[in-house]
Design a protein around this ligand. Structure first.
Ligand code: AMP
Ligand code: ZN
Length: 473
């Protein structure tokens, strides 16, 4: 198939034309949430933009298999090997077991995703399901000389690789080594950049879940799970690996080190990273400031899809600053858009040429480094264009396969006073007039169709001696 999608590949540091290994098929992997707390809307920005990528791929004809892990063990409070397991701190906070916490927040995550119209990946696998696979990969890494035991833990030996810092330029590499100098010295490590594959004798004795392994009772490091879970479901090759920019180092850097050492060949060609959502004081996090969740937005009367709309208006490679003022503006624009689409008469002939032209413009915007804001501009241009309502409606429905904003199904919001705006009023009176003419011409089928069409939009007609009246239900 024709390859027309381009996006920024962090590995090659350029916008690249996407060519999957197998024609027409895409193997895609996403780092899933660490389920020790609710996802904040920053985390969810990442999943919205990955959802956009997956849906764009499907829209232009690819058959996508997408896999996601659920991190329920091994992710320490620092992304490196220090601190304690985030799951443990979550369990302690709520006086529950790690597995109770994991179940609760995994469900909460998918509830939030559903509200944001984020499709659930084809495969979702919790890390604690795959302990045997982790042990197997670590054993092979030891056999091949890429891993060693020290002080009871198993470490990956980064000095065995030709290149470890695969994502960074030379100056960034120096900085990264510097960063790791600050990390509390783990004297078991042969090299500063080595990382843990399996913990046994560590200072994290309080760890709740531990498993038998050839190296003693212990638990896996965070990075190994993504290498193993992706290979379990996608095999030894993958086309696109996704995550937030904070995952580039150390998490994705370590995933590549393990996976390529294990397989002996290149693993994944395209790395797609989403930039952060910031609040006024910087990167949004679960521990800082107001903990912004989907439920909080709902409590404040925001439709979660307005947040999706907000995210789609910005480019995935740019940091996005959150503010309620901007969200208010987005909400007003979203309501107007839904009302506009709701007034379209979906019955009638579709102008095939116009349909093809706008669909192409929409695809071109997305294929140009996933320019979702431009794709939304195409939607607005299309709604203004001199083409039939039925064509517009069909296009809006089609674009929504990617945008997922409920463009043709969302309920039109009543105004503050419960009324309707003038555009809608004009539309309803036009329809009543059309129905009156249909009746005059004894075209009762058409008259009924108009009544039903309005009913679908929540408008009931009532024929009285004074003429036809209408009300909202
Ligand atoms: P976690 O649940 O902490 O493992 O994070 C889940 C995903 O959210 C990861 O891919 C992170 O890179 C991403 N992420 C974390 N913080 C933010 C943020 N403020 N904005 C966007 N994405 C984020
Ligand atoms: Zn991962």
């Amino acid at each position: 198939m024709e390859n027309k999608l381009s996006f920024y590949n962090t590995l090659t540091r350029q916008v690249e034309r996407f060519v999957p290994r197998e024609d027409g098929k895409v193997a895609m992997y996403t780092c899933g949430p660490t389920v020790y707390h609710y996802a904040h809307i920053g985390n969810l920005r990442c999943y919205i933009m990955e959802d956009l990528l997956e849906k764009t791929l499907r829209y232009i004809g690819y058959d996508v298999k997408r896999v996601m892990n659920i991190t329920d063990v091994g992710h320490l409070t620092s992304d490196a090997d220090t601190g304690e397991d985030k799951m443990l701190s979550g369990a302690r906070r709520e006086h529950k077991t790690v597995m109770e916490i994991a179940k609760f927040y995994t469900d909460a995550f998918f509830d939030d995703c559903a509200k944001l119209n984020i499709k659930t990946p084809d495969v979702v696998e919790p890390a604690t399901n795959c302990i045997d696979e982790f042990i197997h990969m670590i054993e092979v890494l030891i056999q091949k000389g890429y891993a060693y035991e020290s002080g009871g833990n198993i470490y990956f030996d980064t000095s065995k690789l030709d290149e470890y810092y695969v994502f960074s330029s030379q100056s960034e590499k120096e900085l990264l080594v510097g960063v790791r100098d600050d990390v509390g010295e783990d004297t078991n490590k042969r090299n500063k950049s080595d990382f843990v594959l399996w913990f046994t004798k560590s200072k994290f004795d309080a760890q709740e879940l531990k498993w038998e392994s050839p190296w003693g009772l212990g638990y896996p490091g965070w990075h190994i799970e993504c290498s193993c879970i992706s290979m379990k479901h996608l095999g030894e090759y993958m086309d696109i690996h996704c995550g937030g920019v904070d995952n580039i180092f150390p998490h994705h850097t370590n995933e590549i080190a393990q996976s390529e050492a294990y397989t002996g060949h290149k693993w994944c060609r395209y790395w797609f990273h989403v930039h952060h959502l910031n609040d006024k004081s910087g990167k949004m996090s679960k521990s800082k400031g107001e903990f912004l969740t989907v439920s909080l937005l709902e409590k404040k009367n925001y439709d979660p899809l307005v947040y999706r709309f907000f995210c789609l208006q910005s480019h995935y490679r740019k940091p996005l600053e959150f503010s309620y003022d901007v969200l208010d503006n987005m909400g007003a624009a979203y309501d107007k858009l839904i009302k506009r689409i709701n007034t379209l008469d979906k019955d009638g002939a579709i102008d095939e040429a116009a349909y093809a032209e706008y669909r192409k413009r929409f695809e071109d915007a997305l294929c140009d480094d996933l320019n979702s804001a431009m794709a939304i501009t195409v939607l607005y241009d299309m709604l203004k264009a001199d083409i039939s309502d039925a064509t517009k409606y069909a296009l809006a429905k089609s674009f929504d396969e990617v945008l997922s904003l409920d463009l043709t199904t969302a309920k039109v919001k009543k105004d503050e006073d419960g009324g309707v705006d003038s555009e809608l009023e004009e539309y309803i009176t036009g329809k009543i007039e059309e129905r009156r003419n249909a009746k005059k011409e004894k075209d009762f089928a058409r008259a009924d169709a108009i009544r039903n069409e309005l009913l679908e939009k929540g408008i009931v007609l009532e024929d009285t001696r004074e003429g036809t009246k209408w009300k909202k239900i």
